[in-house]
Design a binder for this molecule. Structure first.
Ligand code: SAH
Ligand code: SF4
Length: 411
């Protein structure tokens, strides 16, 4: 449901901090506890519209609406489901700009091995048999539109409309940079997806208590080039009941952002898109390397006060013949020597107009094995939702998507 109010400029409440909600409430001459009610309704119950805030009397809701206030969640304009249960959404913001968000029941293996709660669960689940989840039961009872079952899920969110970084292998880069998302628009993607999937967190809204929700800031955009909104969204997401230990932010290597991140008292886990064994290769595929080279990025990572169990994740997109050879694996091992590092290998997902080739499966296996043998925990990400172009770097391909896509009802 999208609310807009005629002449008055819409003012989204989703995205406001407790203090900002207090200012709103005070400006209307209301008691302070109304701010707490609004906060709970927006972030815990995840209401879609003012009408749903039943803790407020209706005249008050009407007043808020008359002042132009809306809840202001992004709208799921289109949803596409993959055979593997992955769902890709086109999210429409109030000004009509769209970004993509992906729901991956059971994740994509990317959380493994970083010492986090998410990773330990994921690893343990390899052995925990096929005991039905609450979601299985709900699906069987017909309570859910989606039949996929999961014990945990990962939501991949966007931080910008487009991206300015121009990595040569990435489809988002082709869009160029349109605008930053606000913190409310970043966290709002998660609220919209959780509402659609009817996921309940704590005592909040929803029909079932899953499982765990993990978040990755790995959709469209470079989070560290929209730093303040990104960090603010982390706090909104915590207010929604998702701890920062279940969030991972991925950066292409924006050095000032990494340094700022190192000083955050509350911070998600960090992944660096290394993607190359040396500066020479990295400059070709990620021109941003000319500004901040690999050595400078690794030095910046060393300033982060990592927890005991914490590892830095290095993402490494394997591009056939470019960075996937045994000599490259040896260089990566040398680069990461002495760091508490784990590597996520990602098989490159092809896209129109992008001139690379997929790595041969045998080369992926050798690369993976060499890193493991060199002592680096290494995981090859399962490609999720490839049939719907929801995999890494494939977001926003809707324009010329193949006809085999299955469109499913939204809402
Ligand atoms: N801008 C941030 C986060 C979004 S991209 C970053 O670059 O880290 C998330 C991940 O997808 C990055 O590791 C990126 O290298 C990878 N990626 C981009 N395009 C891809 C493609 N076509 N196939 C596989 N991975 C890709
Ligand atoms: Fe931007 Fe990340 Fe794509 Fe590079 S890989 S263009 S930083 S979204």
């Amino acid at each position: 449901m999208n609310e807009t109010s005629g002449a008055v400029e819409p003012k989204p409440l989703f995205g406001l901090t407790p203090e900002e909600l207090r200012v709103v409430v005070e400006s209307l001459g209301l008691s302070k506890y109304r701010a707490t009610q609004l906060h709970d309704a927006i972030y815990k119950q995840r209401v879609n519209s003012l009408d749903e805030i039943t803790t407020l009397p209706s005249d008050l809701r009407e007043r808020l609406a008359a002042e132009g206030y809306t809840v202001g969640l992004p709208e799921i304009a289109q949803a596409t489901r993959s055979v593997d249960g992955t769902e890709r959404y086109l999210m429409r913001m109030a000004d009509g700009e769209t970004v993509e968000t992906v729901w991956m029941p059971n994740g994509d293996g990317g959380e493994r091995g970083d010492g986090s709660e998410a990773a330990l669960e994921e690893e343990a689940s390899d052995y925990d048999g096929a005991e039905p989840t609450l979601r299985d039961k709900a699906a069987k009872d017909g309570a859910l539109s989606s039949v996929a079952s999961y014990k945990r899920a990962t939501i991949c969110i966007s931080s910008q409309v487009g991206c300015a970084v121009n990595c040569q292998f990435c489809l988002t880069a082709k869009l160029g940079m349109r605008r930053n998302l606000t913190a409310g628009e970043i966290a709002g993607q998660v609220a919209a997806v959780l509402n659609r999937q009817r996921v309940r967190i704590g005592s909040g809204r929803g029909v079932q208590t899953p499982s765990r929700i993990n978040l990755v800031f790995m959709g469209m955009g470079e989070p560290f080039l929209n730093y303040d909104a990104f960090m603010r969204s982390v706090h909104l997401l915590r207010a929604m009941g998702i701890p920062e230990s279940r969030m991972t932010v991925s950066t292409s290597g924006i050095l000032p952002g990494i340094l700022q991140f190192a000083n955050e008292p509350v911070r998600p886990k960090l992944a660096l898109s290394l993607n190359a064994p040396n500066d020479e290769v990295r400059e070709q595929i990620m021109p941003v390397t000319r500004k901040w080279n690999i050595a400078a990025l690794l030095d910046a990572l060393r300033t982060i006060p990592f927890g005991k169990r914490e590892y830095v994740t290095f993402e490494y997109v394997l591009l056939g013949g470019v960075n996937d050879l045994p000599q490259h694996a040896r260089e990566v091992l040398a680069l990461l020597a002495g760091m508490k590092a784990k590597v996520n290998l990602i098989v490159w997902n092809p896209g129109p107009g992008i001139d690379f080739r997929e790595p041969a499966p045998a080369d992926v296996a050798v690369f993976h094995r060499m890193l493991i043998d060199g002592g680096i925990p290494t995981f090859t990400r399962k490609p999720r939702g490839r049939d719907i172009y929801a995999a890494c770097g494939q977001l926003k391909r809707t324009v010329d998507a193949p006809e085999t896509l299955v469109e499913i009802a939204t809402g």
